[in-house]
Design a protein around this ligand. Sequence first.
Ligand SMILES: Cc1ncc(COP(=O)(O)O)c(C=O)c1O
Length: 452
Amino acid sequence: MSSQNYDFTKMPQSMEEFWMPFTPQRLFKKDPRIVVSADGMYYKDVDGNTILDAIAGLWCVNAGHNAPKVKEAIKVQLDTLDSTLNFQYGCPTPFIAAEKLCKVMPDSYNHVFFSNSGSEAVETALKMAAAYHHARGEGGRRVFIGRDRGYHGVNYGGISVCGLSYNRSMFGQLLPSIDHLPHTHNLEHNAFVKGQPEWGAHLADGLEELIQFHAPQNVAAVIVEPVAGSTGILPPPKDYLRRLREITRKHGVLLIFDEVVTAFARMGEYSSTTLFGVEADILCMAKGLSNGVVPMGATLCTDQIYDGFMGGPEKGIEFLHGYTYSGHPLASAALIGTLDTYEDGKIMGNARQMMKVLEQEIHKLKDAPHVVDIRNVGLMAAVQLETEEGKDPLRMSRSVSYELFNRGIVMRYSGPNIQLSPSAIVTEDQIKEMCGTLREVINDVAAGKVSH
Ligand SMILES: Cc1ncc(COP(=O)(O)O)c(C=O)c1O
């Protein structure tokens, strides 16, 4: 069959074979929500309906769907070199991509290890931290500290440091030598706070105790999302990240920021370290990095980390790690096209404006029924709904999210939270439409008019 004979805009004949990620297979396949094309802020579904994308794919297409420079760079690469190995051979594209990426990042980050997803970017970061200590003769540092309610992808390292018990529950014993900081969500002190809460910086001080408990010479790294995303958007309390930095530095423990969600315009900057004014030793990125068009992950590190690996024999592999597709030419071209898309600063400027609009509009939902908290920072916001005691606890949030799709908006639920994370090209009117429709749907679900 030639590619001309495929029509990717029709319902597939069979849905049985594709085992979908993080999806109730039977429920979805009974009533599938299928999109077939996208442009800018909108999808078209299989019936031709226009759907407003309020979550940028899955925090991915931060420069909007169908970004011309991304497509162009991929096409040029595809017509030149479709695939190659990067183990002990190379091609120009990942080198160009890495140089361009480091140029826009804060000065401290001059080295990039590419992978294919956020999970792999995290796995790379954890192994990089352990191997860095090993290379310096401190191989005893094997303890990793994550945070309750943290999400770091799905690989064994990532779910070990992650703090979502539900995500870990099927997999038994995970990595040994793991501990967790408390999360920073507190309805009593911080409900309906706009942006970063004043209360909660002291929770970072628990790190001192954890490091002492495990003994500093055993602790490799602390990993946190600057803003906890998947768990329902928890902005860091003011001064919290700085305190983590201070404590880790004091004990020679590395700090890893999992920026898979928070990088690339989500916080109005390439890296949220610029917004929060705190730098980690290692950054994990994915998603918006290639505008979600070709899978890609990246683990960035400082000179100190990279140089720590470079002291051994020149003919030896310094870091025994890598994926067949690390620095794949098509992904690297997508990254180059993404950076070109942001180059004139217009999208980043729009993101900064729209962050304020999102804050203003989303907090207007405070008096909607069953709303117990609203949180926002950057271009991320969550509305937390009451869970119904003795009933299916996620009925409200799931019903709201599914019904929003029926009314032309993609908005995701995670636990009891409805999450918004629009692309950085979003307009004020689109934010108003998202928040307005969300209110209508919450009202209708609360009134028992719809349920999913
Ligand atoms: C903070 C964070 N880290 C890692 C990941 C995993 O990324 P991926 O799904 O690309 O493996 C995610 C995904 O949402 C994430 O939010």
